[in-house]
Design a protein around this ligand. Structure first.
Ligand code: AVJ
Length: 325
C-alpha cells in the first residue's frame, strides 16, 4: 500500500519538476518561450474543447469529416487480412475523431488493443469514461505522459503489428526541424509493416488560417493566458494577465502560424525564488501551428524513412490524413 502511495507521490513531484524546469528554462532564454504542451490542464482542456466548437476553427470538422465518412478507407489502409493488431494514439484528447474508427473496428470484430496517449490525465479520464460507456467491449489501456516516453511504454506492452495515430494537426505544434526529428524517432520505434497515420492542416487562404487562431471572441487568447494562470497556481508565480495581450501571426510563405503574448509594460514576474524581467512589448513565444503543402508532407515522409501509402482528404481539401509505412 505504502509503496504504491510513494510511487504515486513521486510521479506527481516529477511531473511538477519537469513543468517548473521547462518554464524557468523557457523564460530564461531569448526570446522568452513557453511550451504549448502545458496548455492542457483541466481549464485548458475545456478551452480547447470550446475552440474546436468555434465556427472559425475548421480543423476539427475537416478531420471529423474524414473519420466519419471515409472510415472504411481508413480501416482498409491499416488492416492486413483483418489480423489482430494494436492501435496507439498520440495526443488522443477525447478521441472524438478516432471513436468512429474504433466503432468500425469493433463492429468488424477485429481483435485489437487501443492505447491512447495524452499529456492530460484529465482528458484521458474523460475519454476513458466515454469509451467504457460507448464501446464496453473495447480493449483499452490509457497512457498519461509525453509522446515518446509513452510510445516506448506502448510498444513494450504491444506484441502485435502496430498502427500509430497522430491526428488533429498536432504535428503542427513542432517547428519543421522538430517534426523531422519526431518522424525519424517514430520510424525508429516502429517495425516493418507498422503504419503511421498523421493529420496535417494544409496551407490555404491565409485569412482563413489566421481567423482560426485569432477568433473575435478571444477564446484562443484565453487558451494562451490560461498557461500563465496555471503557472501562477502550480508554481507559486504572480503573472498579472491584464498586463499581457495575445498576438497571432500567420506567414503564408513558411506556413508557420504563431501565437505570442506581448508584455504591455515593463514588469517583473516571480516564479518561486526566480524573477523574470519583461521589457514593454517583449514577447513570450507560446505556440506554433505549422501548415503544410503536399510537397512538404512528401518530403517529411521521405526524409524520415517512410513512404506514403495514401492521402485521405476532407471534402473541402483543407486537411489531410496521410498514411505512412
Ligand atoms: C491541438 C495543436 C492541433 O495548433 O491547431 C488551437 C491547438 N491552438 N488553437 C492547433 C490550438 C490554438 C491545435 N492543436
Amino acid at each position: 500500500m505504502n509503496v504504491q502511495l510513494d510511487t504515486e507521490c513521486q510521479k506527481e513531484t516529477e511531473v511538477i519538476t519537469g513543468f517548473r524546469s521547462d518554464v524557468i528554462e523557457g523564460l530564461s532564454g531569448t526570446p522568452k518561450k513557453l511550451f504549448s504542451k502545458y496548455f492542457y490542464d483541466k481549464t485548458g482542456d475545456e478551452l480547447f474543447q470550446q475552440i474546436m466548437k468555434m465556427p472559425e476553427y475548421y480543423l476539427t470538422n475537416c478531420e471529423l469529416d474524414i473519420f466519419k465518412n471515409k472510415t472504411p478507407e481508413l480501416a482498409q489502409s491499416i488492416l492486413v487480412n483483418d489480423a489482430p493488431f494494436d492501435l496507439i494514439e498520440l495526443g488522443a484528447g477525447d478521441a472524438m475523431k478516432s471513436t468512429y474508427l474504433l466503432k468500425h473496428l469493433v463492429e468488424k470484430n477485429i481483435d485489437f488493443k487501443y492505447m491512447p496517449i495524452d499529456i492530460s490525465g484529465n482528458i484521458l479520464s474523460v475519454l476513458n469514461d466515454k469509451l467504457r460507456n460507448e464501446l464496453p467491449t473495447l480493449d483499452m489501456t490509457t497512457l498519461e505522459g509525453d509522446y515518446f516516453d509513452m510510445l516506448d511504454k506502448a510498444t513494450s506492452i504491444s506484441t502485435r503489428r502496430k498502427v500509430v495515430l497522430f491526428l488533429g494537426g498536432n504535428i503542427g505544434n513542432m517547428d519543421i526541424e522538430e517534426s523531422y526529428h519526431f518522424c525519424r524517432e517514430i520510424k525508429r520505434k516502429l517495425s516493418t509493416g507498422d503504419v503511421l497515420i498523421i493529420g496535417f492542416d494544409l496551407k490555404k487562404n491565409p485569412h482563413m488560417i489566421l481567423n482560426a487562431y485569432n477568433d473575435p471572441a478571444g477564446i484562443t487568447a484565453s487558451f494562451n493566458m490560461n498557461l500563465l494562470l496555471r503557472i501562477n497556481r502550480e508554481l507559486e508565480a504572480d503573472f498579472d494577465i491584464t498586463e499581457f495581450q495575445h498576438y497571432q501571426t500567420y506567414d503564408p510563405v513558411s506556413g508557420a502560424c504563431r501565437s505570442f503574448l506581448v508584455s504591455l509594460a515593463r514588469q517583473d514576474v516571480h516564479i518561486g525564488n526566480n524573477t523574470f524581467s519583461f521589457e514593454e512589448h517583449e514577447l513570450i513565444d507560446m505556440e506554433i501551428s505549422q501548415k503544410f503543402s503536399e510537397n512538404d508532407i512528401t518530403n517529411l515522409a521521405k526524409e524520415s524513412g517512410f513512404h506514403i501509402l495514401e492521402n485521405i482528404k476532407d471534402s473541402n481539401r483543407w486537411f489531410v490524413d496521410s498514411i505512412w509505412q
